[in-house]
Design a protein around this ligand. Structure first.
Ligand code: AMP
Ligand code: MG
Length: 412
């Protein structure tokens, strides 16, 4: 039976970044750059003023100097000629500095009368000119391949005139929920009569896929019937990843494995040394990677965290695929398992002194989905170990917003 790390490596080795296509800049947010992007332009394209004031020559500047005002240059304007010795040109912030000028004297340090400006303070000598290309030079790398495009990247790409950005296609992910007991969220009556349950996995897994940059395709609720499952899998395999939920253990109505095999699919593994979620399978169906998650909603989501997220990141062109573990101080003892990596739904809190403290969400029954909603991390207890109160525990953060706080604070 594979350990968690080997299983994660195995699924990742089976997927590759998807095809590259250009999307409009406005649709690029959150996607990963598929290529290095270099600038064909210099930014700023011309020397320009960082102040409202007077463009002058440094050699003309002295306290009390008087210079003839030859022109006014506004942002969006351009000087009609070079600045001659003994002259000044009035200039606005962002306006191109005329040839010949190397200084902008801020307006507060000047007085203008009858077309002549007096410099009252020479402190700006040689200053207040933003040089051409000081932000971005021609040919400079501005966004490296694999960068997740966030607001500043979108801004940089806009500034260099990239209206279309090469990104990888968003992975299309089929979700099949198997189980005779399942109903859709709108059909609560049966659930309340005790006959059926809402297929929460259909919704939570679709959400997880969407959060991870994929496009979920709900292939519906599939009865515990081999023929129905086969038909659904045939239909679903025209995607980048097929996820099934349920029917993967050894119950009388667990058909998933046998059906995949009958279809000529490949089963690479079908158990992982982790708890919850040991019954998790990976392989392919009709050549498409397939992840078989247990029906148990907690196990399904843990499998989603550990396997689906990094797979979708890789397909999307990300270079960093894995959550960075953090270490915390156990605020309670944690029991482990003899042979399995135990994953405890946990809550990390930051103490006043900056330490991270870890506690569990409470009862860890694998049917307790609400505990997954309460958790902001999975606490990792290695096989054959227990963690005592006060010991260090490794945690995988779950909630990207978990570091947000209720008060605005700038620590001095
Ligand atoms: P299975 O893996 O099919 O043996 O299912 C394990 C447990 O998870 C059972 O209690 C199922 O009722 C439950 N379950 C299966 N599929 C889902 C689903 N899509 N949503 C919520 N619970 C499910
Ligand atoms: Mg089932």
């Amino acid at each position: 039976m594979l350990g968690v790390a080997e299983a994660v490596e195995t699924v990742l080795a089976a997927v590759a970044p998807l095809d590259v296509a250009a999307v409009h800049l406005e649709d690029a947010l959150g996607r990963f750059a598929a290529r290095d992007v270099t600038s064909s332009l210099a930014i700023p394209p011309w020397d320009n003023s960082s102040m409202d004031g007077y463009a002058v020559r440094a050699s003309d500047v002295a306290a009390g100097a008087k210079l003839r005002v030859a022109a006014t240059i506004r942002a969006g304007g351009l000087a009609e000629r070079a600045l001659e010795p003994g002259e000044a040109m009035k200039i606005m912030t962002g306006a191109p500095v005329p040839a010949g000028a190397d200084t902008v004297i801020r307006i507060e340090d000047t007085g203008e009368k009858d077309g002549v400006v007096t410099i009252n303070d020479a402190r700006d000598t040689g200053r207040n000119v933003r040089r051409r290309a000081e932000d971005i030079a021609e040919g400079q790398l501005v966004v490296a391949r694999g960068t997740r495009l966030l607001a500043p990247h979108i801004g940089v790409l806009a500034s260099i005139g990239m209206s279309r950005v090469p990104v990888h296609a968003m992975p299309l992910v089929a979700i099949l929920s198997t189980g005779d007991e399942l109903v859709r969220v709108e059909d609560l009556a049966g659930a309340q009569a005790g006959r059926s349950i809402v297929s929460s996995n259909s919704y939570s897994l679709a959400a997880l896929v969407r959060e991870s940059g994929g496009v979920p395709v709900d292939n519906g609720l599939i009865a515990d019937d081999p023929a129905a499952l086969r038909e659904a899998l045939e239909e679903a395999s025209d995607t980048d990843l097929v996820i099934t939920s349920g029917g993967i253990s050894v119950g009388e109505f667990d058909h998933t494995r046998a059906v995949i095999e009958a279809m000529g699919g490949e089963i690479v593994f079908w158990k992982v040394r982790m708890r919850p979620g040991a019954n998790i399978a990976f392989g392919s169906v009709n050549g498409t990677p397939w992840l078989g998650l247990p029906g148990n909603p907690v196990s399904a989501l843990i499998g989603g965290e550990l396997f689906i997220r990094p797979m979708l990141r890789k397909m999307s062109g990300a270079l960093r695929l894995y959550p960075r573990p953090v270490t915390a101080i156990a605020a309670e003892p944690f029991k482990g398992s003899e042979s399995m990596t135990q994953l405890i739904r946990g809550i990390l809190t930051r103490a006043e002194n900056g330490e991270l403290h870890a506690r569990s969400t409470g009862p860890q029954g694998s049917g307790i989905l609400s505990s997954m909603a309460a958790a902001n991390a999975l606490l990792v207890v290695p096989a054959g170990r227990a963690i005592d109160l006060g010991e260090i525990v490794t945690a995988l953060p779950l909630d990207p917003d978990a570091h947000l706080t209720e008060r605005f604070e700038l620590h001095a």
